[in-house]
Design a protein around this ligand. Sequence first.
Ligand code: NIG
Ligand code: FE
Length: 411
Amino acid sequence: MRTLFKNIKELLQIRDESIKFVLGKAMAELPTIKNAYLLVEDGIIKEFGSMDNCPKTEVNNLVDATGKMLLPTWCDSHTHLVYAGNRESEFVDKIKGLSYQEIANKGGGILNSAKTLQETPEDDLYQQSKTRLEEIMALGTGAVEIKSGYGLTLEAELKMLRVIKRLKQNYQLPIKATFLGAHAVPLEYKNDKAGYIQLLTETMLPQIAEAQLAEYIDVFCETGYFTVEDTERILKAGKQYGLIPKIHVNQFTSIGGVQIGIKYHALSVDHLEEMRDDDIQALKGTQTMPVALPGCSYFLSIPYTPARKMIDTGLPLALATDYNPGSSPSGNMNFVVSTACIKMKLTPEEAINAATINGAYAMGLEKEVGSITVDKKANLILTKPINSYGFMPYAFGANQIDTVFINGIAI
Ligand code: NIG
Ligand code: FE
């Protein structure tokens, strides 16, 4: 099965297979070819180049991309898109000025979502989640990480992870699963956090690992949730079961979460709205990807990750949606890319790098997706006719996508 894209106005994000992620000044470079072709064979990028060298071979599909851009699909390395119901009931309280923590104290927050999820049958949860997955795919996401963490009991955490597994089986895009049992301390353990951590490490983890339901382990390392010591204990246990850390840190307070992530070789440390200079310095020269979630800053009216400073210091950066019912009820990576430019002062090149190649790395998929590279998956966004790629983040809130291709097939 061969598909040829021809007359592509500009083919974006061309990378050598040796590039795992880009950092610092290199984030400002986005290699492209103008007036290009790209050939897909059996779902894989076979070759590409200038139209002058376009092959004359027989193909099954011909896509005329005149006036359009072609780029790799977005890589959304941080979502919680498996959840039940929503938290619209908290929206007006939020508008009226209640903080994230005040809403949680009133019976809202993560525990509210956990209660709803525990009461939702597995098939219903699957149906709700698949709608969200299809929605983000139509918005250009072609690889995604999904977390558990709204279960908070053995059964409900397993239910969430089984739903993620079913999504993996039924959809063609790469999906990675993360166990986030340490998302909040459930009410039953309100006065016995150690007991909950014991349940998590001694009962949940072995069963999840045995059933191969997760690749990563996550902890909400934050004042009022899990301390640095709790986090260390959980990451240690996770590692014993082969789960790689990818953690929530520095969302509201800087308490040493970044450093503990690095110590345990976290693949990524995510949120980072509150960064001290030593947090930024600690990340230098490591293999841990900092991930910013501007949708969360936008929705909660909290600071944006100091991404400009981090990149100028020489760090890499990935962008993700944090799609979840409480702090970022949107899985739209186009909005994230745009917001990163407008509010975090990234250039379009930096934002596109952060949302593709660096996002792929932040979920261990850099060999499969995230760039236009021979032998990577043909997960591609074909835009509507636009003058330049910078128009995508500039025209915020509008959709510049014509067609999304997963393994070379239009969805
Ligand atoms: O990444 N911060 C922790 N977890 C989610 C929010 C969860 C919720 O409010 O439901 C986040 O922002
Ligand atoms: Fe999150």
